[in-house]
Design a protein. Structure first.
Length: 87
């Protein structure tokens, strides 16, 4: 990573129903417990990947795992770890 700040915002419900993300993509989220959410992603109605978001017990670290196949058929297995920034 080059340190460039990135911003992404989504609104969703934890009901397993798909909601829009990037054009042509939907994401369905389900709450596992107070700190864990799983999600499934579809592109043009076909499954493309799944993942999990886990918040640390102290609520200061968010870990996002996402395994998906891109539009070229390449499999990606990403893990992002985000620290809470104090304001």
């Amino acid at each position: 990573m080059d340190g460039t700040t990135a911003y992404r915002q989504m609104t969703h419900k934890y009901n397993g129903q798909g909601v829009g993300g990037d054009p042509g993509e939907t994401y369905a989220f389900e709450r596992v417990d107070a700190n864990t959410v799983t999600f499934k992603a579809k592109r043009a109605g076909a499954p493309m990947g799944e993942g999990m978001r886990t918040l640390s017990p102290d609520r200061k670290v968010l870990t996002v795992c996402f395994k998906y196949t891109d539009s070229n058929g390449v499999l990606h297995d990403n893990v992002g770890v985000y620290d809470k920034q104090e304001t």
